[in-house]
Design a protein around this ligand. Structure first.
Ligand SMILES: C[S@@+](CC[C@H](N)C(=O)[O-])C[C@H]1O[C@@H](n2cnc3c(N)ncnc32)[C@H](O)[C@@H]1O
Length: 258
């Protein structure tokens, strides 16, 4: 064992002992995304450094040098002991969670060039992760959750593929939503296709089980529906967010490929 291995493991244990601020990046792609979007990553380990750097050469040459500097190879069993379930890429890292104050500043900044997505009392950790990945892809300002689900829960971070660092993710009370007109999505609303969503929109989606809460309904300036044929009750939460962000981008907003 070189000194690098005990040093990395000491750093890992120190960070992991503060779970409120350490974010597990599980797998090569999560680490790649986190680095691309400016995460502070004090420690990264791998069971196979050569394979990880070969992946970087192939898929992420932009962060290859940073990965080479960061990744410490540890015995595979050691790597496996640090994660809940070994990832096929045998890569894991710990990042520092962005401060709530910085996220709140990003969410409240005006004028805004891209919507904020609000998940009103979501229940499903996988849905929340998928929505954060969507928000990152469309360049949304952030994702706010209300209710008890922690949007930085390790399962949500896994579903978000390291993209929590590409958008501002925070939990807020329904009474503290960021500024901007609230467009709440509900099957009983006006057809979304006739509406242009402004860049400063707050796009609110209800919970998987019971839809929009009374508090968010009361804040809504507009109620919008996604096209859906009769007898279908509703769409999945994350697919609803995908359609709505796509509609925003297709009517003038969103990222433009260069
Ligand atoms: C699974 S649905 C909720 C279903 C729930 N049983 C209800 O009573 O609304 C989760 C969220 O996705 C959005 N959604 C799903 N289908 C929709 C549709 N056809 N039009 C607008 N929003 C929809 C809404 O925001 C909804 O609250």
């Amino acid at each position: 064992m070189t000194d690098a291995v005990p040093d990395a493991l000491t750093a890992w244990r120190r960070l992991a002992s503060a779970p409120a601020s350490a974010v597990l990046l599980d797998g090569f792609h999560a680490l790649k995304h986190a680095l691309r979007f400016g995460a502070e990553v004090p420690v990264a380990v791998t069971g196979d450094r050569a394979a990880a750097l070969a992946l970087a050469d192939e898929l992420a040459p932009d962060v290859r040098e940073r990965l080479a500097a960061l990744l410490t190879e540890v015995p595979h069993a050691t790597y496996a002991s640090l994660v809940p379930r070994p990832h096929p890429t045998a890569v894991a890292a710990l990042a520092v969670r962005p401060s709530r104050a910085a996220n709140l500043r990003a969410l409240s900044r005006t004028p805004r060039t891209a919507p904020v997505v609000v998940l009103d009392q979501p229940r499903n950790l996988g849905n929340a992760g998928a929505v954060i990945r969507l928000a990152a892809g469309f360049g949304a300002t952030g994702v706010v959750t209300t209710g008890t689900l922690d949007p930085w829960h390790p399962t949500v971070v896994r579903g978000g593929a390291g993209l929590h660092f590409a958008t501002a993710v925070e939990r807020l009370d329904a009474g503290e939503l960021p500024p901007g007109p609230v467009f709440a999505l509900d099957p009983e609303g006006e057809d979304l296709r006739g509406v242009k969503l402004p860049d400063d929109a707050v796009l609110a989606f209800g919970s998987e089980r019971s839809g929009l809460s009374a508090a968010v309904r009361a804040r809504a300036d507009h109620l919008l529906s996604l096209p859906m044929r009769p007898q279908v009750s509703s769409y999945n939460l994350a697919t609803s967010v995908a359609m709505t962000l796509y509609h925003w981008s297709a009517t003038g907003g969103g990222p433009h490929s260069s």
